[in-house]
Design a binder for this molecule. Structure first.
Ligand code: CU
Length: 317
C-alpha cells in the first residue's frame, strides 16, 4: 500500500479556500505585456457559470470544475464576454511565451496598489512581485502555486472563416508545454515533488516555445494548473486563454489531439490521484504533448522507481 504524499494531504484543505490562482499576464520573448491585455479574463468579483453548475456563482479566482459549462472549462467563466476587449498578440514560431499567476488574495481591483503588487522591475525578470518589502516570503505569497498538479499549455487554431475574438475553443487542442513532477528519492516515501508547487516556495518560471512547425493563423493559447483530484474532491481547473496570431509561412493544421472539456474530466488521464497507478502509471493531463514534430504520450520521468520495491538506496540516488 502506497501512502499519499504528505504534502498533498496537508494542502488538500487549503487548496479549497485560500490557494486559488489566476494566470493574468504574459511575456512574449521575455517582454512582459500589460496585465490581461492579451488574456481573456473576467475580473468581476463575482462570476456566473451559465450551466448553473457547481460554480453557479463564484469568486473571481475560484476554480472551474470539470462539470461546469464547457466554455468555462476551456478558458474561464464568461471568457467570451471579454474576448472582444482582449487584444491579439502577434508571435512567430520559435517565440517564447511565459505566464505569471496571481493568487486569490490579490484581486484585480487592488492591482494599482503598489503595496500589494509590482509589475515592473521584479527580481529575475519575473512578471509580478512585491518589491516594497524586498520580496520576502510574505510578499511573494500571492505569486505562489499552492496546489499539487501540473502547469500545462495548449494551442487551439481558430477555424477557417472565424475570428479569434469570436472563437469559443470548441475545436481541437494540442498541448505544447507541461511542467509536472519529479521523483525525488531523498523524499521517500513521499517521493513525488510537484515542480509548480515547489514546496510552496516561489514557483519556477512557466515558459513555453511556440513550435517551429506551427502553421500561420489565429489561435487561443491556453494555460492551466489542473489540480489533482483526490479523496473524493474533484480536480480543479484554473484556465486562462491568450488570443494570439502566429505569423508563419507554414500552412495546414495542428495535429488533432484533444477536446476540452472532454479531456479534463475527473476520470480523464492525469486528472486524479489513482492509488494503483501512483506514481509510476501516472500520465499528465490534457492529452499528448506536441514538440512540433512528434505527438507523444506525456509522462513524468519516473519509470526508474517502483514504490512497491521499498525504499530506494539513497546513497545511489
Ligand atoms: Cu485553489
Amino acid at each position: 500500500m502506497v501512502s499519499l504524499p504528505k504534502l498533498a494531504i496537508l494542502l488538500a484543505g487549503a487548496s479549497l479556500s485560500q490557494a486559488h490562482l489566476v494566470f493574468v499576464r504574459l511575456a512574449h520573448n521575455g517582454v512582459w505585456q500589460p496585465p490581461l491585455r492579451f488574456i481573456r479574463n473576467n475580473t468581476s468579483p463575482f462570476q456566473e457559470d451559465p450551466s448553473g453548475g457547481r460554480t453557479a456563482e463564484s469568486w473571481w479566482a475560484s476554480p472551474t470544475w470539470p462539470t461546469d459549462a464547457p466554455n468555462s472549462v476551456r478558458c474561464g467563466r464568461d471568457n467570451m464576454g471579454w474576448a472582444n476587449k482582449t487584444d491579439v498578440l502577434k508571435v512567430k514560431p520559435g517565440d517564447t511565451m511565459e505566464f505569471v499567476l496571481t493568487g486569490a488574495s490579490l484581486e484585480p481591483w487592488t492591482w494599482d496598489n503598489e503595496d500589494l503588487v509590482q509589475w515592473d522591475n521584479c527580481p529575475e525578470g519575473r512578471g509580478a512581485c512585491n518589491t516594497r518589502s524586498n520580496n520576502t516570503d510574505k510578499s511573494i505569497r500571492p505569486f505562489k502555486v499552492i496546489h499539487p498538479g501540473s502547469v500545462i499549455m495548449h494551442l487551439s487554431k481558430v477555424p477557417a472563416g472565424q475570428d479569434v475574438h469570436a472563437y469559443d475553443g470548441s475545436g481541437e487542442w494540442v498541448k505544447i508545454y507541461t511542467l509536472g513532477l519529479e521523483i525525488r528519492k531523498d523524499l521517500w516515501p513521499d517521493v513525488v515533488y510537484w515542480l509548480p508547487l515547489n514546496g510552496a516556495e516561489l514557483p519556477p518560471r512557466f515558459i513555453a516555445t511556440i513550435p517551429k512547425q506551427t502553421p500561420g493563423g489565429q489561435y487561443l493559447l491556453r494555460v492551466d494548473q489542473s489540480v489533482l483530484g483526490q479523496y473524493g474532491v474533484d480536480p480543479q481547473i484554473y484556465p486562462s486563454c491568450a488570443q494570439i496570431e502566429v505569423v508563419s509561412e507554414v500552412t495546414g493544421d495542428l495535429p488533432k489531439a484533444v477536446k476540452i472539456p472532454e479531456a479534463l474530466q475527473k476520470d480523464s488521464p492525469g486528472m486524479a490521484y489513482v492509488p494503483e497507478h501512483w506514481p509510476n502509471g501516472y500520465t499528465y493531463p490534457g492529452g499528448p504533448l506536441w514538440d512540433g514534430e512528434k505527438l507523444e504520450q506525456d509522462y513524468p520521468p519516473h519509470k526508474d522507481l517502483s514504490l512497491e520495491d521499498g525504499p530506494p538506496n539513497l546513497s545511489s540516488a
